[in-house]
Design a protein around this ligand. Sequence first.
Ligand code: GSH
Length: 210
Amino acid sequence: MKLYTYAAAPNHRRIEIYLKEKGLEPPFETVIIDLFKGEQQSPEYLAINPIGKIPSLVTDDGTIIPQSLNIVEYIEELYPEPPMIGATPEERGRVKAIERLIDGEIMGTMGIMAQNMMPLYADRFDQHPACVAYGRRRQELALELLDKIVGDNTFVAGDRPTIADATLFATYEFAFLVDAPLDPKFRNLTRWHKMFAERPSAEGLTLPGA
Ligand SMILES: N[C@@H](CCC(=O)N[C@@H](CS)C(=O)NCC(=O)O)C(=O)O
């Protein structure tokens, strides 16, 4: 299998953190798509993923699986132990609901903010400060909810690590790019973040300015 990806990107990092928490060596070969060189728009990569985003997994039979959660779910099917999305259908439903909340309302809105404020995107998008403010507000509302969900849990979705931890930690590795650090007023999340940052799975990202 081949994973088309770029190391310094949150949607790559969540797969990397997930694999390390699972204790699984990457079951794929990595092909670098350099986002800063625009390689995601090359005809070769667009033939794999016409939307021009990483990561995409190409399985041994040639099946193309785009999107990080789809890739994680595929790997979970191949290597079910230890379960990282939940051990029962109900648990999987609950973990995925939390992970989708993080992905859509926090990581996703950071993407909207990045597209509206980073010079990297200025050629592709009209950039509007109001969209940045909108992203911040969506995050605020989601973080209020997520802080309650985490409560006294050790991990985001309970007493063991799941894909929800991987997605949330990866999100905050890149939050500095859009000046959206985790507000300490979210005390449960702040406690979780401090704990998770000490785990071996959290090591490995080197970003200029991080
Ligand atoms: N929902 C997708 C999001 C993929 C995504 O937004 N990837 C970013 C990197 S983190 C990307 O490829 N950006 C390049 C671009 O927009 O040109 C996933 O979970 O994989």
